[in-house]
Write a protein that binds this ligand. Structure first.
Ligand code: ZN
Length: 321
């Protein structure tokens, strides 16, 4: 059995800082996502599954879109039809903000068919609420509404955290039930690492508690089910906003970790379709597993002032609220 734990926005640098052994597993590193047009959740997960740049497919269906970096900011060029022919004569590419090119709200409607993903390469698989594939709309709506209620001060931080942790407990129970049926591949997905990241990324104590929870879940799966391969992946990282909280639209990296070692070197997120296809066909040869012990490094409590209005703006841009 192969187990993939998809942890949205699990951040490479934070995993490294906290040093939790069951998030680092035996091999971990950055995943290159710079080739994908936009670091937006449903686009990234559907790209991971299909090995194709889904941003170009969904946004470029109407207009050709190319992205490049200038400093730290990702820029987008919209190319008029016929650009290639005209290119020698005049450059017609227009630099526009990406939200004018593509409304990210639409990305939540992406549904890639199983046969276009590596899931279809396995004899049996279970994919639990994966964005861009089969995440129920009401599940994403519920989580985003809870964020909105917290940001508008309709519920307290404690109430918000309790509600999302209750969601997480049910989601874990779903994974454990599915694992007992022993599919060839289980793909569990959690959005909690993303939604907490947006709200609490500048609160290291909270982030450590959440990463520790994910670490313990990975450990439980290894100990109870001993899968041939455990792969933890994220779709993008998270960076602290100056005004507090987190954002990820302009990041060019995601995260992966695995046991046993796969020997990957700076993989692109688009490489995993081929990697998983190979594993579906040939299985895993390396059976050795050795994970170091420990609880990582718990940060000292340090809480910064957070400008909730800035987080609201950033989430509106992403089509969350
Ligand atoms: Zn995401």
């Amino acid at each position: 059995m192969i187990v993939i734990l998809g942890m949205d926005a699990l951040d490479y640098y934070l995993v490294k800082e906290f040093g939790l052994p069951y998030l680092q597993l035996e091999e971990y590193g950055k995943t290159d996502i710079s080739g994908i047009g936009a670091a937006v959740t449903p686009i990234m997960w559907s790209s991971f599954l299909t090995g194709r740049d889904m941003f170009r497919e969904v946004a470029g269906g109407r207009k050709k879109v190319f992205s490049y970096y200038k400093g730290f900011r990702k820029k987008y060029i919209e190319i008029e039809p016929g650009f290639v022919k005209k290119a020698r004569k005049k450059v017609t590419g227009k630099i526009r903000p990406m939200e004018k090119i593509y409304d990210f709200k639409e990305s939540w409607n992406i549904r890639v068919p199983a046969e276009k993903t590596f899931l279809g390469d396995f004899k049996s698989y279970k994919a639990l609420s994966v964005p861009g594939f089969n995440q129920p709309r009401e599940e994403k709506d519920y989580l985003h509404q809870m964020m909105k209620k917290f940001l508008k001060n309709e519920i307290t931080e404690v109430e918000y955290k309790e509600a999302t942790l209750e969601f997480h407990r049910k989601s874990k129970a779903g994974a454990l039930k599915a694992l007992k049926e022993k599919p060839d591949l289980l793909f569990w997905y959690t959005p909690v690492t993303d939604v907490w990241g947006h709200l609490f990324f500048s609160d290291k104590e909270t982030m450590y508690a959440l990463y520790k929870e994910m670490n313990d879940f990975a450990r439980q799966i290894l100990e109870e089910f001993d899968p041939e391969l455990l792969l933890i992946v994220s779709d993008h990282g998270m960076q602290e906003m100056k005004s507090g909280g987190g954002e990820h639209l302009n990041l060019d990296y995601a995260f992966y970790a695995c046991t046993p070692r796969l020997g990957l070197k700076d993989p692109s997120i688009l490489d995993f379709r081929g990697i998983m296809k190979g594993i579906a066909a040939k299985g895993i040869k390396n059976k050795k597993r050795k994970i170091k012990a420990g609880e990582g490094r718990e940060p000292k409590p340090q809480k910064k002032e957070v400008d909730k209005e800035k987080i609201v703006k950033s989430l509106q841009n992403l089509g969350y609220i």
